[in-house]
Design a protein around this ligand. Structure first.
Ligand code: NDP
Length: 311
């Protein structure tokens, strides 16, 4: 019996290159690009990125959904996704190294004074700052999963003091690990550069708020490369304007694209990037998802998202 697999992107997104890449990797399966008006194909698996809800209403034989990204918050928000359908997501798949680059870019801009030098250049000013004192730049990474762990280790390798915060405690060489809500205040209080690598769940929504951000060390700097829903944007703006925080590198926003005229666009101490911190890489994603499908077909059980915890 042929294995039928549906590929569905967000409305209007052309998924033909994905279909071709998966078909080449798994010739034994038949890949169907989602079509709003198409027939029921009896798919056992769906490979998706922000799919239409109708997918779950029509394809009632789905066993598992593979998300073409690391964050599954958009899927979790879909009431049509049946509870018995397993959800699998990309784990690293070439995104961790991109996240490392993104975070180091923000950290170095802040700690090495590169923003300062850019302003000096515009004034034709030659005025070196003192050498960086890494001890004055403790970094705190929220979320120690596939991406956060690699980020924390990369920052540690540069000699900055690093702590990480996760739900559960663990040993991570070179990284001071804080766990659970009870240890969040202590984690924030020792951090100056706060890096958000959490999934967006009901527990983490709005976690980058005034009460938490004002616990950071003086001169606090935020790097949010996870989800816009984590940040209370008005709280960050107020803390920047009050001088309680120094700056922010933001890749994700409450509304994307960031609306015209939003105060972040022109803010002198905010750097905006258009949700590009770590992009899904097609070749890596195809290999990882194909391996997981083959494992499931062979009776194996690759890691699935814990639907009750939301990540
Ligand atoms: P993982 O699921 O591997 O890791 C999540 C981490 O967050 C875990 O360490 C987990 O703790 C921790 N965590 C979850 N909930 C809580 C909580 N309530 N309190 C404390 N810690 C918590 O995710 P990834 O590393 O793969 O990805 C992280 C996020 O990055 C994605 O969900 C996505 O939103 C974002 N992302 C952004 C991209 C971009 O381009 N901007 C690209 C890719 C991802 P524990 O280990 O104890 O379970």
């Amino acid at each position: 019996m042929t294995l039928e697999i549906v590929i569905a992107g967000s409305p209007g997104r052309d998924m033909s290159s994905w279909c071709a890449a998966f078909a080449a990797a798994m010739p034994q399966a038949r890949f169907h690009p989602w079509d709003d008006k198409g027939p029921y194909v009896g798919a056992r698996y769906a490979i998706v990125w922000k799919p239409p809800a109708a997918l779950f209403e029509r394809e009632t034989g789905l066993q598992a959904v593979f998300n073409l990204g690391a964050g599954i918050d958009a899927l979790m928000d879909m009431p049509q996704l049946p509870p018995h359908v397993a959800v699998l997501r990309l784990e690293d798949a070439g995104m961790a190294v991109q996240m490392v680059e993104y975070v180091l870019y923000g950290l170095l801009r802040a700690a090495r004074g590169f923003d300062h030098y850019a302003a000096q250049q515009r004034q034709e000013l030659w005025a070196p700052l003192p050498a960086v004192d890494r001890a004055a730049w403790p970094v705190g990474v929220m979320g120690l999963g596939a991406l956060g762990t690699r980020v924390a280790q990369a920052v540690a390798a540069l000699g900055y003091p690093v702590a990480g915060w996760a739900r559960s405690a663990r040993e991570l060489p070179g990284v001071e690990v804080y766990a659970g809500d009870a240890q969040l205040p202590g984690f924030l209080a020792r951090s100056r550069v706060l890096v958000n690598m959490l999934p967006l769940t009901p527990q983490t929504e709005g976690i980058l708020n005034r009460a938490h951000l004002e616990r950071l060390r003086p001169g606090g700097y935020l790097i949010n490369a996870a989800r816009g829903g984590h940040l209370v944007e008005a709280d960050l703006l107020a803390l920047l304007d009050e001088g309680r925080m120094d700056g922010a590198l933001l890749d994700v926003f409450h509304d994307e694209p960031l609306p015209p005229g939003h105060p972040f666009w022109g803010h002198p101490r905010v750097i905006v990037t258009p949700h590009v911190a770590a992009m899904t890489l097609q070749a890596e994603a195809v290999v990882q998802i194909t391996d997981k499908i083959l494992a499931m077909e062979g009776g194996g059980s690759p890691a699935v998202v814990a639907r009750d915890r939301g990540y």
